[in-house]
Design a protein around this ligand. Structure first.
Ligand code: ATP
Ligand code: MG
Length: 425
């Protein structure tokens, strides 16, 4: 399927030395591109330039030739390295001029903070003559719009929170009517298990030229996102094309789909535990609390999460989880039997409905020929019993711990889903 058609050519410029030096991740672009796409206005070109007046002006002039809209972020601050307004003046041929309204805005915002306006901030009231101001409810720097020939160039501050609010409140309402009424929809599946190549083979039937739906794969370690995109003149057929493609994906991938759209593995587990009114406890060795961190990252987790134990030393496994010293001596701390004993011990001592336990060798040291670095045992226990699985992960310590955490949570999800269908046929 060809790349989606563009109703209006929109370019984005991210401005700032910190972006050029790799010090700051350009999250502003991600936000702008995502929201524009959802509004039916996919970005055609994205440039990043440093805090250099001539470079910024050159980028503006270059993009204005081919695009109907430019959205620029960054460099509207009060310091001498904030040069975007001057560059906009240079590119548009409209000299900088003190805006009474912008100055009043600065005074008001500073007044809210209980501060005098420092002279440096007054610089933020200098905008190209004839510019239309964009309100910034959260900061001193107003945004502004300047025509560059037939291109409308829109300037927003770099502070992510300010930029995002202004984009939604002022910029998108202005641009939305230009989307030409086209509908762009995306459906995202988080998949765990198959590689990208395997997924492409599995979903080959979907990617035919006439389905009207494009498929993209995006690695989101340790899973892969499968993105279905559809666009068209009117919404109902786009929705129905996307839904029938989504049904096909669900049929083919089944429980290899971890989550859809706004959900994640963690929120899916939370939803399953909540809907069943059941509780969870954890016993962790090589993940050192990463599982507990993920579970407790969600607000309201106290409804289903009871406790987590980080039992690193053998003595801790014995004392906190009741793992038998004999078992530890005979099988070793990294074994299926010890993982099971940890999970069962966790269930017993916490009184939880479900327990998840992990024990493994995250490396770089500690591997043996029988149990090399990356060997991990994961056990899931509930009232019906306990099962342990052996895994061989690769990569460095960080990757092994991440894979272990994700895999353990996914095994819990599968167990909870199985229970769901068994108990509620
Ligand atoms: P301010 O009024 O705060 O000076 P500004 O428009 O001059 O706003 P910058 O000085 O460029 O913005 O950046 C302010 C903050 O926002 C910095 O912490 C910067 O790292 C961050 N920032 C700027 N651009 C981006 C971006 N594209 N993505 C993410 N963060 C950004
Ligand atoms: Mg800057």
């Amino acid at each position: 399927m060809p790349r989606i058609g563009l109703p209006m050519k929109v370019a984005v410029i991210s401005i700032g030395d910190e972006l050029m030096y790799g010090e700051t991740v350009d999250s502003n672009f991600t936000v702008i591109a995502g929201r524009l796409y959802d509004a039916g206005l996919p970005v055609a070109v994205h440039l990043t330039v440093g805090d250099d007046r001539e470079e910024i002006a050159r980028a503006l002039v270059y993009l204005a030739r081919e695009h109907e809209v430019i959205i620029a972020t960054g460099g509207l601050g009060p310091t001498s390295d904030d040069l975007t307004a001057a560059a906009a003046a240079e590119a548009s041929g409209c000299p900088l001029q003190l805006s009474g309204a912008a100055l009043e805005h600065i005074r008001q915002v500073a007044g809210r903070w209980g501060a005098e306006v420092p002279p440096a901030n007054e610089k933020q009231a200098l905008v190209p003559a004839g510019a239309t101001l964009i309100d910034n409810p959260d900061g001193t720097a107003c945004g502004f719009i300047v025509p560059l020939g037939r291109c409308r160039s829109i300037f927003l501050p770099g502070v992510p929170r300010e930029m995002a609010r202004m984009l939604s409140a002022s910029v998108l309402p202005l641009l939305a009517p230009m989307a030409g009424g086209k509908t762009y929809l995306t459906k995202v599946f988080m998949v765990f298990g198959p590689s990208e190549a395997e997924l492409e083979t599995l979903l080959a039937s979907l990617d035919s030229a006439d389905s009207g739906v494009s498929v993209a794969y995006c690695v989101a370690f340790p899973g892969i996102q499968v993105k279905l995109r559809a666009f068209g003149e009117s919404e109902p057929p786009v929705v129905s094309r996307l839904e029938s493609a989504a049904r096909l994906v669900r049929d083919i991938l089944g429980d290899r789909i971890v989550a859809e759209d706004g959900e994640s593995l963690d929120t899916v587990i939370a939803g399953l535990l909540r809907s069943r009114g059941e509780t969870l406890s954890l016993a962790e060795s090589c993940t050192g609390g990463l599982l507990a961190e993920r579970i407790t990252d969600l607000a309201g987790c106290s409804a289903y999460f009871l406790e987590g134990v980080v039992s690193y030393a053998n003595a801790a496994k014995e004392r906190l989880l009741g793992v038998s010293p004999l078992l530890l001596a005979e099988r070793g701390a990294v074994s299926a039997d010890v993982a099971i004993a940890m999970a069962e011990g966790s269930r017993r001592s916490s009184g939880s409905d479900h327990a998840l336990a992990v024990t493994g060798i995250a490396g770089p040291d500690g591997g043996t020929p029988e149990k090399p670095v990356g060997t991990v045992f994961i056990a899931v226990a509930d009232r019906d019993g306990c099962t342990a699985t052996r895994h061989q992960f690769t990569g460095d310590r960080h990757a092994i711990r991440s894979m272990t955490t994700f895999t353990a949570l996914n095994l819990l999800r599968l167990r909870l889903m199985k229970g769901k269908t068994e108990r509620h046929p």
